[in-house]
Design a protein around this ligand. Sequence first.
Ligand code: AMP
Length: 291
Amino acid sequence: MQVFHDKDELREQLAEWRQAGEHIAIVPTMGNLHAGHISLVNVARENAERVVVTVFVNPTQFGEGEDFDSYPRTFEKDTRKLKTVTADALFAPDVDTVYPFGQDNATRVIVPGLTEHLCGSFRPGHFDGVTTVVARLFALVQPDIAVFGQKDYQQQLVIRRMVDDLNLPVRIVTAPTVREDDGLAMSSRNSYLSEEERERAPALYQSLLGIEQALRGGAADFEGLEVRATKQLEKSGFSPDYVAIRRASDLSPRQRRGGTLRRHIHRSARDRPSTPASSDATPRHRGMTAR
Ligand code: AMP
């Protein structure tokens, strides 16, 4: 696996691969790689001859008071991990490469609507930072395929919308959530949990499974399910931002029970010192879904 920090050197290699008729997949990450990220690399490999993993802790998607400075940066370990899997290139640009005119002067990509509720309403500007950096990584790597995790369900929908709306020639693939044995979704931010919080964290997944089971059993009182799940989570020491059952295709609230409705359960828990944030909803609430 080759490691690139320089965009021109990366582009030389990409051009070679393209000339040989090979397709290129990108897996954008913020590093501190775990088995969830590696599963994305494997999905990328199934979809393209060449896989480029990017590691970039993107400052524009962190809000005031969020964990940009303390976000775990483990580049050497990440490189070693990626060498044991089937990635062809690791691209780790610096901030000036991604934002050559500075963050304040950067051209931004904003997806209205979809970004304004659920996680978007608790993390103002977060998705604008995500779409802005993903558009830049797409421009730098010009991939045929991009792989994102279902764990960040709202995020992959927002990126799909951006790609559709801008007619970007990239196919988005969404890969399933990888969990620890006790059901906790893997996340770089799980390292923030204390031992006691970590023990309590799987309650989030249990709660999701409970809602899923109720829905599959025909439960129609979505609001009742949301309220009950919120109370259950609070009892387990969480401080949920929201529990919302939404339409999978566009996250709209259900109007009436429809036979073909696919349901995604969204939940997010706010950081609180005594609260087990889960990997589904790690400190500063990352939304998650279960199907
Ligand atoms: P991050 O490094 O947290 O920005 O995540 C990079 C990519 O990995 C995103 O597309 C995430 O949705 C995905 N991802 C993170 N955790 C998991 C997981 N446990 N299972 C599958 N994908 C994941």
